[in-house]
Unconditional design. Structure first.
Length: 311
């Protein structure tokens, strides 16, 4: 049960899951709710009537997750969650990225860029925090803030805004540049959905997002979509903490197969490692073999090549 197919990252999770389920010979049905909680509840009830053996869910938002889990429990259907962080005893397993760690990686990167650029890790920065109903976003912000506070206390987080529409992201970024100007050293965006528009907002006010330039703004993002990778190649984005979208989907299928078919005991949480991608490592072997950017995945999704299911 998918929440959305709004970008290649989300599509890659679902594709990784479906491909792996096919490999195991298990039948999977994919439903999309377009981030509509009421529709997702209705879809779950329909699936239960159809007699599914398990539910693999990306909740439309963190608030609806408890209801989805409760309905499944009442019908004795095991639940697996992916790409979210929810501690719930009635869930068999959660397969996700450690989003708190993502925030810490982004904060460490911000501090290191400031240190390299200025000789000391200090300055004013802002956070585009995304959807407050999304636990992934809130955990990233918490990890980022706590790392800055504990490791780089001279860095001052002067603004944070939760914006959901493209227009508001643009307006917010432009307002920050008008208010702080070159005093603003950097921006952390918790999702690539915000980042491309934020970069446009910075540049529309006459500032650069090439962090190596004297007054360039350090912009660090999260997710690792084609748009953010293109910005890194253009030297308009300092870095992106990329999640391994394909592996989240694959691992979810593997855990379902182990639980249902092999009757194995599975862990309550599986954290899929993330990676900081920058202009320095973007063409490295490590990046070329990482999830959405893996050579095999790019070949497969463009019609050439088949994946070998080697671990």
């Amino acid at each position: 049960m998918a929440a959305e197919f709004s970008n290649e990252f989300m599509i890659s999770i679902q594709q990784g899951f479906l491909d792996r389920m096919e490999f195991f010979g298990l039948e999977a049905k994919m439903l999309l709710c377009n981030v509509d909680p009421a529709l997702q509840i209705s879809q779950e009830e329909d699936l239960i009537v159809q007699g599914v053996d398990a539910l693999v869910i990306r909740p439309a938002d963190s608030e609806i997750a408890e209801t989805l889990i409760e309905i499944a429990e009442q019908n004795q259907i095991p639940v697996f969650l992916y790409d979210c962080y929810i501690q719930e005893e009635n869930v068999v397993s959660v397969i996700t990225t450690d989003n708190y760690a993502i925030g810490q990686i982004a904060a460490e990167s911000m501090g290191q860029y400031l240190l390299e650029k200025r000789g000391e890790a200090e300055g004013k920065i802002a956070i585009l925090s995304g959807n407050q109903a999304n636990s992934s976003h809130t955990e990233r912000v918490r990890g980022f803030r706590e790392y800055i506070q504990n490791v780089y206390p001279e860095i001052d987080i002067v603004a944070e805004s939760s914006v959901l529409s493209e227009e508001k992201i643009l307006d917010t970024t432009q307002d920050w540049m008008t208010l702080y100007g070159s005093e603003l050293s950097g921006i952390y965006s918790v999702t690539d959905f915000n980042t491309v528009i934020a970069v446009e907002g910075i540049e529309s006010q006459g500032y650069s997002t090439n962090w190596r330039e004297e007054n360039g703004i350090i912009v660090i993002s999260t997710d690792g979509t084609p748009d953010s990778i293109a910005l890194i190649r253009d030297h308009r984005l300092a870095g992106v903490v990329s999640q391994n979208a394909v592996k989240i989907g694959e691992k979810s299928a593997e855990i379902v197969e182990q639980y249902l078919t092999e009757k194995k005991q599975v862990n309550s949480f599986y954290y899929i490692p993330s990676m900081l991608i920058t202009s320095e490592n973007i063409d490295s072997e490590a990046v070329q073999s990482f999830g959405l950017w893996a050579d095999w995945y790019r070949e497969r999704t463009t019609g050439g090549g088949e994946k070998s299911w080697k671990e």
